[in-house]
Design a binder for this molecule. Structure first.
Ligand SMILES: Cc1cc2nc3c(=O)[nH]c(=O)nc-3n(C[C@H](O)[C@H](O)[C@H](O)COP(=O)(O)OP(=O)(O)OC[C@H]3O[C@@H](n4cnc5c(N)ncnc54)[C@H](O)[C@@H]3O)c2cc1C
Length: 452
């Protein structure tokens, strides 16, 4: 399949991009079914190693999939795939336990099957720039949303300019091969060499560490736990240190569970931006938590090679020949061969390279684009609207932290479809150049426009 001009182009074939394609194909009217998903790697590549450990088990339950809970298309759910294709437990399991601990392999197979059934995913097509169309006149900035967008797409070494009426960005945060959003604290990495002294848990490859005498993993969340588990299972490193500020808590959810509730997220979306920022910071600081099964495996069964030091604060990491010295704030010091930073991710829309041509027109709030009720990008005063939607990490300030997970892919896709359909109808009735959603702008009272 080749990248082409299409009414709707979705960028990214992770769970969220696939979910939007699924809704458009199943429920979109007329031209909205003319959909393609451009993917720089292969469909669902973010669910393979090295982005995710081979033996990983999901934290999210089997019901968190690409289709909203109340929708009729049960043939598209993970639970149906597990039962019908993999011969797993029934789609509506009798016990809650059957919902948890799904393997990454199964979930990846499910995403691949969805991509194949949809038949509109173009692998190996990387979007390198999104621009207002050149044909819209001498000054492309004067184009309207109805003019669509141009996409510069790299396919097999060649660059092509394609046009789309609508663009949906579903490029995620940890997508395979990216790593753009790794959080690397300056005091840990200042004098250290990436790959020699330290690695981030994103896309971690364990093999080069096989001969190390000691490795330290820093962080108290799921990624830290997974790195520790891999070091113990896949290497013979005699000493594996696990350092964290707080002892990791076992919990099914990575953020408080109300954030997976549709009504709660609906109320959140209606709050002023300042209140949303405050609530979001609280939700994201709730951790560190790790899945109960990994907590049991690492901290409640004997692990002779594992040394834990919880409640410790590492002030700095310094190079010492080819080793690393960890300076603890309590005055202590530890020396290891390698440091794994499981320090998480920090999304920032201003660092999406392909957005640069239109970034100046987007209204941003800190690291997030301001999105309206339908997950459509809101533009700055004076800039023409853009036919651009976001789902996933970019939509966290709009919808809450569930956008960082598979959960809510379906409900978000549904809103995007509704938004496109409404705009399509409005345009056809002659109000296409209507300016920005004024009520929404008023509510988003305090807008930050700082540079990255
Ligand atoms: C170790 C680990 C464990 C996790 N466990 C869970 C879990 O148990 N449950 C859960 O819900 N979530 C989990 N997550 C988070 C998970 O990654 C997200 O929930 C999910 O993948 C987000 O989907 P997405 O479609 O938004 O983005 P992604 O899955 O990241 O997909 C984005 C896609 O966009 C593509 N892309 C990016 N830029 C371009 C471009 N310019 N052109 C074309 N294509 C592009 C990427 O190649 C990628 O395929 C985990 C993440 C990690 C790293």
């Amino acid at each position: 399949m080749q990248a082409r001009h299409a009414t709707v182009t979705i960028v990214g074939a992770g769970p969220r991009g696939l979910s939007v394609a699924l809704y458009l194909l199943c429920e979109g009217q007329g031209m909205l079914r003319d959909v393609q998903v451009l993917e720089r790697h292969a469909a669902a590549a973010s669910w393979t190693a090295p982005a995710m450990p081979e033996a990983m088990r999901l934290r999210s339950p089997a019901l968190h999939d690409l289709v909203a809970w109340h929708d009729p298309w049960r043939t598209w759910t993970f639970a149906r795939f597990r039962e019908a294709v993999l011969g797993g437990p029934p789609a509506r399991p009798a016990s809650l336990a059957a919902l948890y601990g799904v393997s990454r392999r199964e979930y990846h197979a499910y995403l691949q099957e969805v991509a194949e059934r949809l038949g509109c995913v173009v692998p190996g097509a990387e979007v390198v720039a999104i621009e207002r169309p050149q044909s819209a006149g001498a000054d492309a900035r004067s184009s309207t949303a109805a003019d669509g967008l141009d996409l510069l797409v790299r396919c097999g070494g060649a660059l092509r300019r394609l046009h789309s009426r609508w663009v949906v960005l579903a490029t995620g945060m940890v997508g395979w091969g990216g790593g753009e959003f790794r959080r690397l604290p300056e005091e840990m990495t200042g004098g250290l060499e990436d790959g020699v002294h330290f690695s981030h848990s994103h896309g971690l490859t364990i093999a080069p560490l096989a001969n190390a005498e000691s490795v330290a993993v820093l962080g108290g969340g799921q990624s830290a736990a997974e790195a520790v588990a891999r070091l113990l299972a896949e290497t013979r490193v005699p000493v594996v240190w696990w350092l964290a500020r707080r002892p990791p808590r076992p919990h099914l959810y990575p953020v408080p569970s109300q954030w997976f509730n549709d009504r709660h997220c609906g109320r959140f979306a209606g709050l002023p931006a300042e209140a949303r920022r405050r609530l979001l910071a609280g939700a994201l600081a709730w951790g560190p938590t790790i899945s109960p099964f990994l907590h049991r495996e690492l901290l409640h069964s004997p692990q002779p090679r594992l040394r834990t030091r919880f409640g410790c604060d590492v002030g700095a990491a310094l190079p010492w020949r080819r080793r690393v010295r960890l300076m603890l704030r309590d005055g202590d010091m530890a020396q290891v061969d390698h440091l794994i930073l499981a320090t998480g991710y920090a999304f920032d829309v201003r660092r999406l390279p392909f957005l640069r041509p239109v970034l100046g027109d987007l209204l941003v709030d800190g690291p997030y684009p301001v999105l309206d009720e339908d997950f459509r990008a809101v533009t700055r005063a004076g800039a023409a609207p853009l036919p651009l939607f976001f789902t996933g990490a970019a939509a966290v300030l709009r919808d809450g932290p569930r956008q960082l997970f598979v959960n809510s892919s379906g409900v978000t896709a549904k809103r995007i479809l509704a938004g496109m359909q409404r705009l399509f109808t409005t345009e056809r009735s002659g109000n296409g150049s209507r300016s920005l959603q004024p009520a929404f702008l008023q509510r988003h009272e305090s807008v930050r426009t700082s540079k990255p």
